[in-house]
Design a protein around this ligand. Structure first.
Ligand SMILES: *[C@@H]1O[C@H](CO)[C@@H](O)[C@H](O)[C@H]1NC(C)=O
Length: 230
């Protein structure tokens, strides 16, 4: 009988580990873009042809849905009126930086193992919009949370990481991003600019979402949105 319990307990431990740290069924990094969907063939060049010259992706960490108001973010709302969409996203745990960036760039659901990897320097081997863009000759510049540089090392044309280590700093961490934005807007050698602002998240951590510090920070972010949409 005792041997039966041994087998049963080993089995349940293995089952637990397998579910908690699932084997990563990643896409290969050089995944081809599909040229057919069910029976329909389409011309890749036409479908994936770019409608714009430049793309700017701005990640504002900890931006709550209810922070988007006429008072806080007038320019963003104005932009939404003409060519935008505001959508509420339900975020699955774990909500630490690395798994979330992975989710944004790879479209995959983050796993608990990513929380462990969040603390280590790990390069993402999963296929992602970053890899695909570079593969198709797009030049990317990056400024903001240095987790991106750990996930995607040696992939950006230019970059500067900011550290989220000093949670009490919500000014310099964003100023270090913004000063690069002004430089980049006058340059013409890049196609995609990614920015990841941490200041709002840091304010949330120190003083909570109803702090008087939130509004000026949102207005600062809103000004950047305005200047980036030329
Ligand atoms: C901002 O940039 C300065 C100068 O490069 C650097 O010394 C500082 O550590 C940076 N701050 C953060 C929070 O990344």
């Amino acid at each position: 009988m005792i041997i039966f319990y041994y087998i049963l307990s080993s089995f349940s431990i293995i089952l637990y580990l397998y579910s908690f740290f699932p084997v990563n069924k990643n896409f290969a990094q050089k995944h081809e873009l599909p040229s057919t969907l069910q029976d329909i063939n389409f011309d890749l060049k036409e479908v994936y042809a770019s409608n714009v010259d430049k793309i700017i992706v701005i990640v504002i960490d900890a931006l709550r849905y209810d922070f988007i108001t006429r008072d806080n973010t007038p320019n963003l709302l104005k932009l939404l009126e003409t060519d935008g969409c505001l959508s509420l996203v339900k975020v699955e745990s774990p909500t630490v930086t690395l798994p979330r960036i992975k989710a944004l760039t790879t479209g995959s659901v983050p796993q608990f193992i990513d929380v462990v990897l969040n603390l280590l320097n790990t390069e993402s081997a999963t296929d992602s919009i970053i890899h695909q863009a570079v593969r198709y000759g797009k030049k990317i510049v990056f400024y903001g949370d240095d987790t991106w540089l750990k996930l995607y090392p040696n992939i950006f044309l230019r970059s500067e990481g900011t550290t989220s280590f000093y949670v009490y700093d919500y000014t310099e961490v964003d100023d270090n991003v913004t000063r690069n934005v002004w430089d980049e807007l006058s340059r013409n050698d890049w196609d995609i600019m990614i920015l990841h602002y941490l200041g709002l998240d840091h304010i949330g951590h120190i003083t909570g979402p109803f702090s008087p510090l939130v509004k000026p920070k949102l207005q600062e972010m809103d000004e950047i949105v305005k200047k980036s949409t030329i």
